[in-house]
Design a protein around this ligand. Sequence first.
Ligand SMILES: [Zn+2]
Length: 365
Amino acid sequence: MSVMAHARRPPVIAVAAALVVVGLIVAWMGQRADAVASGQPRVTWHLSRASNTVTVRLTPGQGPLGRQFLAHSTLTVTEPGKTHLKNPDPGGRMVRVTVPPGRQTQLTVLVKGPQPSRRTLTVTVPPALRIVAKSPARCQARLRLTAEDGEQAVVRVTVPALPEVPLYSFASPAGRAIYITVDDGWTPSPQVLDIMRRTHLPVTAFLIQQAAQRNLPYWRAFVAAGGTVGDHTVSHPDLTKLSLSQATAQWGQARQVLGRWLGRTLVMGRPPYGAFNLAVQAAAYRGGLKALVGWSATADRDGIATWNHKGLEAGEIVLLHWVPGLGQQMTKLLKAIHAKHLIPRPLTPASFAGQAPQRHSLGGD
Ligand SMILES: [Zn+2]
């Protein structure tokens, strides 16, 4: 059996669908008729490989009485557990049975009349086309199938898109909440840990696995001080430049390994450089994440910058980095937060309820 696909593809992202078509096996069980004798009507059958329909027919036997016997004969086909199939042919000489894909069924063919007979047909129909989504984009295709006997059929298939994880750059402003996130993890900050312990400041660290590995005791203390850990991949690549499976491994491995090291289940991720697209979001889903987190404000040694160049507002997600001097930057940020009567809150997937996911990368680090 050959398969040809004519696909209309979304222009941006390549689509791949693996299609498995298994050959058809049909077996006659029971005896090959002694039917020729004495005008006994003959049973023939045909499996349509396009529609998975078995057509059983009664045809006249040989001899002068063949047609006469046929006229007085009826055909009934039964399946195990099913009532006798209705006979759609007024002449009583043809029955169609549809066999679901991937099933084997036994059909009992009963001929009633002057020359009764009974046979059993075992029909095996191949599994349905197995369509494997490998792309974040949905794809529609028409397959032209050609069976071994030359019969052709056109099948419309829709390859579903991989589910994707939404990315949010703002979170809930309820209660004048603001969210502090600190990325990478190359340089742990004892001052920040001290602030967290003294003031119960909620901080989310999006950690690179390779960076966190260097200072595991610090990150365990960070978690013990109430810190939340997010997934910032294994090695901080631009995920939009990787294949789907590479990006999935970057998310999934870091999520699992960091979770094991720190005794937490990681559910949020932040794409390095803020670079994301549908494939990165689909990879995050495959990697086990529930939400991707962007940011709407940054704080570094040059001060605080917001997306709209105005002051900090409720619902902002502020991005900092684990760099030398982070303690001072955090102190300045907290002053600005308090001056605006904002309250740092822990970031969880629930923080994004009611927020619109972001569609495009902002760029950054
Ligand atoms: Zn980063």
